[in-house]
Design a protein around this ligand. Structure first.
Ligand code: 13P
Ligand code: SF4
Length: 419
């Protein structure tokens, strides 16, 4: 039996923050401000996932039909038996059914740092996406093995910067300026290991959303111009925060192919301080100025916090922006009763709503906004790789080629050295 509280919220509802959020939002009659997944993201057997067909197919059939309870029991048991042999890292965008097993969770910077500072665990199970696990492997000790539960967990933004396209753009810039000595390549963490190596080799560095300003400040001490890839939005938002005029940040359209100067004139490039790769995150591109305007109209006093992978105008209209760790801290530190609209991935937003029942937390995107590649780390994959490990079988080791590793490490260590 359920009873009503003084606020009109039933016992059952009071225990479920997702329902609470829905109820508060319903009072304002703005259903377009709710994410469908505010009701929670349930675990379903792997075979019932609509996209399973495009996920890593090697997972044995015995894992396909397992329900949430069986998977949880098996993972927990494997975890216990493996003990100190493994450490499980979980990015903030991982599903609830994965995050529950993480020994530590964080943004991409914190997880890379964790991997670099914990040489004691022989196996690092990285619940996140490909580029993050690669970074862990680059920074880990030679005796450590990094495992990505589902090898198909990539990142569409990272895929927008293919190494041959970046090398070709670099050669065009070299031809135009006569040398690349004064151009510092900066790659966002969300990129292939080969591009981190390219930066290491060419006096450049890696950045994440939590240190992009410090990294760009460092870069401008080394050279006159920055070549920033793959996320145009993080580059532009950071440059703007450093008072670089918008017309000095030019977009390089790699889709035009070699010989086209990325669609820019030589004069525009001469005038530029940051050359931005035309890449973006499909999840964060969904956030719009209209969503923020609607939220402000409906919830006077609402605070808006977004990830800096969002468009320039969205970041400008928000009250704050920062990495996933920043957003989590922002919500945790907000006063009880705060209403906060968030522009980032839904798994993190839903978790923050659950962890902060004294606040109203909602996602700015009216439609579902999960990162589909992060979502590919289904518990069935975690069970598979952990039970394999128990049998002494390493499945899904993420191994960066030694030739790439050395230079990529230089670029990552330059970043880690910046405080
Ligand atoms: P963070 O570094 O803020 O965790 O972001 C990683 C990411 O992929 C955001 O889309
Ligand atoms: Fe890549 Fe965007 Fe997913 Fe982050 S949220 S991993 S940038 S696709």
């Amino acid at each position: 039996m359920t009873t009503e509280t003084t606020t009109g919220v039933s016992d059952k509802q009071a225990k479920n923050p997702y329902i609470q959020v829905e109820q508060v939002l319903a009072q304002f009659t703005v259903p377009q401000l709710q994410c469908e997944t505010d009701t929670g993201i349930e675990t379903i057997p792997l075979a019932e996932e609509v996209s399973f067909g495009s996920w890593q197919p090697e997972i044995p059939e015995e894992y396909w039909q397992l329900d949430a309870e069986t998977l949880n029991t098996r993972i927990r048991a494997a975890r216990e038996r493996l003990g100190d042999q493994v450490v499980i890292l979980g990015h903030h965008y991982q599903r609830e059914d994965i995050v529950q097993f993480a020994d530590t969770r964080g943004d991409s910077f914190a997880l890379a740092q964790y991997a670099a500072e914990h040489p004691e665990s022989p196996y690092i199970i990285f619940c996140g996406v490909h580029f993050m696990a690669e970074a862990a492997d680059i920074l880990a000790q030679p005796n450590q093995t990094v495992i990505l539960p589902n090898m198909e967990a990539g990142c569409s933004m990272a895929d927008m910067a293919a190494a041959p396209d970046v090398y070709s753009a670099w050669r065009e810039l070299e031809d135009l300026f006569g040398s690349t000595e004064d151009i510092i390549p900066v790659t966002y963490m969300n990129s292939a290991a080969s591009l981190k190596a390219f930066c290491g080799e060419n006096g450049g560095v890696v950045c994440t959303s939590s240190n992009a300003t410090q990294v760009l400040e460092w870069a401008f001490q080394q050279g006159k111009r920055v070549f920033f890839f793959p996320d145009q939005h993080l580059g532009r938002n950071t440059g703007h925060a450093m008072d670089i005029p918008l017309d000095e940040m030019v977009l390089w359209d790699w889709r035009l192919g070699p010989g086209n100067l990325g669609g820019r004139t030589p004069e525009e490039l001469e005038h530029s301080r940051i050359i931005l790769w035309q890449g973006h995150c499909s999840v964060h591109q969904r956030f719009s100025l209209t969503q923020i305007e609607q939220a402000r109209q409906q919830f006077p006093g609402v605070q808006i916090v977004v990830h800096p992978e969002s468009r320039y105008e969205v970041v400008q209209a928000a009250d704050a922006n920062g990495s996933t760790a920043f957003i989590a801290k922002y919500v945790a530190e907000a006063a009880p009763g705060s209403i906060i609209g968030i522009g980032t991935e839904i798994n993190l937003v839903s978790r923050l709503a659950k962890e902060n029942p004294d606040k109203t937390i909602f996602c700015l995107d009216p439609v579902v906004c999960p990162c589909s590649t992060m979502y590919r780390v289904h518990p069935a994959y975690l069970a598979w790789i952990m039970e394999s490990l128990e049998r002494g079988e390493v499945v899904n080791q993420l191994r960066v080629d030694d030739n790439i590793k050395a230079n990529a490490r230089i670029a990552l260590e330059r970043m880690l050295a910046l405080k």
